[in-house]
Design a protein. Structure first.
Length: 167
């Protein structure tokens, strides 16, 4: 009693994403704000804060999204979310008719993160699946998630790999 289960933050994060999908953005942002305060790692806190910005972005509130992404960058300047946040700020700068800011964010992204997924051509080309012949070994797969954001999917892949699952 009184102790959190080991994956409590992960469950709360997934709950907040579910709330976003149900158009309950205010509740989701409140939960993400709590998570930002509860997470131990700076990268996890940055992810929660970037998700708050994402909630504004997907609502079409680009001004608040821009402010929130800038706040994420100010609070967590060297997190694993930085390339993603810079790319969003570059995109939003263009949408909000701020060409100078767009160039600054784009230049920083290209200079500091040339190998990031945000800089590379995205999305990656689809690889066609091949049909398995009956003679081949049978194997099974389980889908453990479905995401609208690549970084969320990659986060789950990393957790599964860390847990020694073939992901």
């Amino acid at each position: 009693r009184g102790r959190k289960p080991p994956n409590a933050e992960d469950v709360r994060y997934l709950q907040s994403l579910s709330l976003l999908k149900l158009n309950r953005s205010e509740e989701a942002r409140a939960k993400l704000g709590e998570l930002e305060n509860d997470y131990a790692s700076s990268d996890a806190r940055a992810s929660a804060h970037a998700s708050i910005a994402d909630s504004y972005y997907y609502e079409g509130n680009f001004d608040l999204a821009y402010e929130s992404y800038e706040e994420t960058l100010a609070r967590y300047p060297a997190s694993d979310q930085t390339p993603y946040v810079l790319s969003r700020l570059e995109e939003l700068s263009s949408k909000l008719n701020r060409p100078k800011e767009a160039e600054i964010y784009k230049a920083r992204l290209l200079k500091d993160y040339p190998q990031s997924q945000e800089v590379k051509n995205f999305p990656p080309r689809a690889v066609p699946l091949r049909q398995i012949a009956l003679e081949e070994n049978v194997f099974y797969t389980v889908q453990v998630g479905s995401f609208s954001k690549q970084r969320n999917a990659q986060g789950l892949v990393n957790k599964l790999l860390h847990g020694r699952y073939d992901a």
